[in-house]
Structures are given as C-alpha cells and as structure tokens.
Design a protein around this ligand. Structure first.
Ligand SMILES: [Cu+2]
Length: 308
C-alpha cells in the first residue's frame, strides 16, 4: 500500500510461479459491464498460505526492500500482532475519530522501531465490509508505541482496519507486514451493492481508465491513464514516492491486494500513464482505490475490477 513499501509487494519469483494455471487471464477491458464470465481459477488459495510473511534483507544494506505477502487478513503474523487499544473496537459514526492501536511483538511488547516505507513509518487503511468508506491515513506514534490514526467521519457498519509497516524481526532482518482487525461503527448499518466492474471511472473532473489483464495468483502490470476533458493529465505530483498510490480489497473477505507502483518520481509532471505491478491472490471482484495528487489536492478514484 501505500503502495505497499512500497505497499506492494511482490512474491518471490519462485512462489509466484507455484501452482499457477495458465490461460485463465481475463482482460480487464473484457470485464467491463458483463460480470457474467465464469470465474474458473480456483485452486489458487494455496498461494496465500504458502507465502510467508516476509523476505529478509540485509539489516544494514538497505539495498533491497522486504516484500509483503499474504492476504492481510490476520491480526497476527510472524509473531507481530495488531492490537486495538481499548475503545477502538467500536467507534461512533458521523464524526471524526482517532483509532488507536499497537503493534506488539511475540513477547507482547509494543514495537517502537519502524522503518520508512514510501516516506511513512505506518500506513493505515479502513474499508467497510461492502468495500465502501475507504480511508488511507498515516498514524502518529507515541513514545510508548501507541499509534493514533485520525479518521474522517464513518458511516455505521462493520469495517476492517489494516496496518502496513516494516519493522525488524528477532533476527534483525527487516520484515514487511500487513495486519488487520475488524471493528464496528455504531448505528444502523446500510450496505451498498458493489458497483459493476468497469475499465474506467471519474473523480473530481478526472477520468481514470485501466488496462491490463489480471489473473489470480500471478503478477501482472496494471496501467491507469488519467485524463481531463479528454486531454492527458501530465501534472501529477509525487505522493508517497510515486505518482499514484493504489490499494485494493477483495469482495467478501476483504483480502488486501499488493500493488506496487513502477518507475521513479521526478518532479511535478507525472502522468498520464501510471503502471503498477499487480498481485491479486484470489479470483473475484476487487475494489481499487487509486490516489493521485494535482495542485496540492489528493484525489481518490474508486473502481471495481474482476480478476479471473
Ligand atoms: Cu500510506
């Protein structure tokens, strides 16, 4: 996420290649309005469990980033646990709230040493069970390891919160993790139907069009093109070490997808085309949230895609 270390994370080549069925790729463009195409790629679930939570890197080298893996649906992984601080299991609706949490190690001690990942020590996401209500914020840590995430007003419902970070394991190796936990927002919950899969969407006067095939368990390049009134947008500003940040969640179980921006930033002239390494562990529908910045304003485009 944040992207992820990029928030994204790639499986080691060997893992990525494991157990793949060939020939099931569904072009995004072909998924547009018709969601009737049968999802034939089962048997990919093994990918998630077979992927260990980290890849070590030389603690001192800084030459390689640790890789995120897994579906982000566990509160505990590799001995680290996301622990909501009292009062955060249920939050009020309709007003801004601060959600607090700790990351504890295998001894139950709050971790205070984190490593920059896409310019932030911690990336924090929330999304409601119907994939509405997405928020992406950067919490602040107190000296005791308590993180506080300021969220805008939430609608009632059941949510997941995801903490994405890099720390070091007991052996001193960097480890990248996405941990999550459920919480509720008080009140009478309504649930929105997931918007139909599409190859384009609009936000704040911009159009975002996706291209590229996505297939469960394989890494693909996903390309987003940003236009305004039909003209290519070329003044995207850097946001978290990239020209756009892409987060995605799987409909149903809310599994977290790993998407990693390609290319380096160089001034306020990114766009119109943005490329990502996309690794979706499971077939089904995903809700993608593409965040990009122009003129100092952050835009969040949401779009549903189908992964075969
Ligand atoms: Cu972030």
């Amino acid at each position: 996420m944040h992207g992820f270390i990029k928030h994204a994370v790639r499986f080691p080549r060997g893992l990525r290649a494991a157990g793949l069925t060939v020939g099931l790729a569904a072009a995004l463009a072909a998924c547009g309005s018709a969601s009737t195409s049968a999802s034939t790629s089962s048997g990919m679930s093994g990918m998630t469990s077979s992927a260990t939570a980290s890849a070590s890197m030389g603690a001192m080298s800084g030459m390689a980033e640790p890789m995120y893996a897994g579906d982000g649906l566990s509160a505990t992984s590799s001995g680290f646990t996301l622990v909501p601080v009292s009062g955060s299991a249920s939050v009020p609706s309709g007003k801004a709230v601060a959600v607090r949490f700790e990351i504890t190690d295998s001894a139950g001690v709050a971790v205070t040493a984190f490593q920059d990942d896409q310019t932030k020590l911690m990336h924090f996401y929330v999304v409601r069970s119907d994939l509405a209500g997405f928020q992406h914020v950067h919490p602040v840590m107190a000296s005791d390891g308590t993180w506080s995430a300021n969220l805008a007003a939430l609608e009632p419902g059941t949510y997941r919160e995801y903490a994405s970070f890099i720390t070091k394991n007991g052996g001193g190796a960097a480890i990248a993790l996405v941990l999550s936990e459920q919480f509720t927002v008080a009140g009478a919950a309504t649930s929105a139907a997931l918007p139909a899969a599409s190859s384009s969407t609009q936000v704040d006067g911009y159009s975002v069009t996706l291209s590229g095939g996505l297939m469960a368990g394989m890494e693909h390049t996903l390309t987003a093109t940003v236009t305004e009134n039909g003209a290519p947008v070329t003044d995207l500003q850097p946001y978290l070490d990239a020209y756009a940040h892409l987060t995605a969640f799987h409909q149903g179980d809310l599994a977290f997808a790993h998407l990693h921006p390609q290319g380096a930033v160089n001034g306020d002239h990114g766009g119109p085309t943005l490329a990502f390494d996309a690794q979706m562990a499971k077939s089904g529908s995903y809700r993608l949230f593409l965040q990009f910045q122009t003129g100092g304003v952050l835009h969040t485009a949401a779009i549903t895609v189908h992964v075969g």
